[in-house]
Design a protein around this ligand. Structure first.
Ligand SMILES: C[S@@+](CC[C@H](N)C(=O)[O-])C[C@H]1O[C@@H](n2cnc3c(N)ncnc32)[C@H](O)[C@@H]1O
Ligand SMILES: Nc1nc2[nH]cc(C(=O)O)c2c(=O)[nH]1
Ligand code: SF4
Ligand SMILES: [Mg+2]
Length: 208
């Protein structure tokens, strides 16, 4: 099988980095987790904190068995697949293998591409820069909207209207503007208690 076919089938993936850390964001904040960061993103968020991930061709193509071997070398059995935009790839084979080895599988996604993979928890973080694919709304367990500008509250509500009833609704301050945005988020959540706050706690702890 040639490399392109292997990538198309999700048997090889561009791996930017993989590391064992503490999930810093969202519902699983505080949980030890192995992060698999796939290279490549076509969404283009102006405030993205991993812009170096965007160009898929910069990262080595790694077979999914080798990716899972890396995860197996740590004690934790929670994996977070992120990027870049991980849904640019077929995640069925990787997540099937992770589940067969006993992992809980979580994803961080903008939802801008068609869904694939078998996930226990889907964190959907919609972006103004590229519209989400409509299929993501029924998959999302957590809607996590980054607040950069005051218009992001209205943006958050338009997506909240489309997710499942039991989907968690989180507002996360954009890191470089955290001081002013966090104040706005606190006021918003006090007045709209169906929303909760997510902070990038790994940045406060100075860990990956
Ligand atoms: C780097 S993205 C990768 C996964 C996927 N592309 C996405 O955007 O969901 C991981 C998470 O970090 C958030 N994020 C990225 N840059 C951020 C920033 N400057 N401040 C706060 N959150 C940020 C994203 O919204 C997303 O929830
Ligand atoms: N510790 C830690 N938690 C995270 N949660 C989501 C992250 C991401 O970049 O997807 C991330 C990350 O990069 N590090
Ligand atoms: S979708 Fe995610 S990885 Fe892509 S630019 Fe936006 S925050 Fe960065
Ligand atoms: Mg991050």
């Amino acid at each position: 099988m040639n490399t392109k076919t292997a990538v198309d089938q999700g048997l090889m993936l561009p791996l930017m980095e993989a590391f064992y850390t503490i999930q810093g964001e969202g519902t699983f904040s505080g949980y030890p987790a192995y992060f698999i960061r796939l290279g490549g993103c076509d969404v283009g968020c102006v405030w993205c904190d991993v812009k170096e991930s965007w160009e898929a061709g910069k990262w080595p193509l790694v077979g999914i068995e080798e990716i899972v071997e890396g995860a197996l070398s740590y004690e934790g059995r929670l994996v977070v697949i992120t990027g870049g935009e991980p849904l640019m790839y077929n995640l069925d084979p990787l997540t099937r293998l992770l589940k067969a080895k006993g992992f809980t599988t979580n994803i961080e996604t903008s939802g801008a591409h068609t869904f694939s993979g078998e996930f226990d928890w889907v964190c959907f973080s919609p972006k103004k820069f590229k519209k989400p694919h409509p299929g993501i709304y029924e998959k999302a367990d957590e809607l996590k909207v980054v607040v950069f500008h005051k218009s992001d509250f209205e943006f958050a509500e338009t997506h909240a209207a489309k997710v499942k009833e039991n989907c968690r609704k989180l507002l996360q301050p954009e890191w470089s503007k955290a001081e002013t945005n966090t104040k706005k988020i606190i006021d918003y959540v006090k007045n709209h208690p169906n929303w909760n706050i997510s902070l990038q706690t790994h940045k406060f702890m100075d860990i990956p």
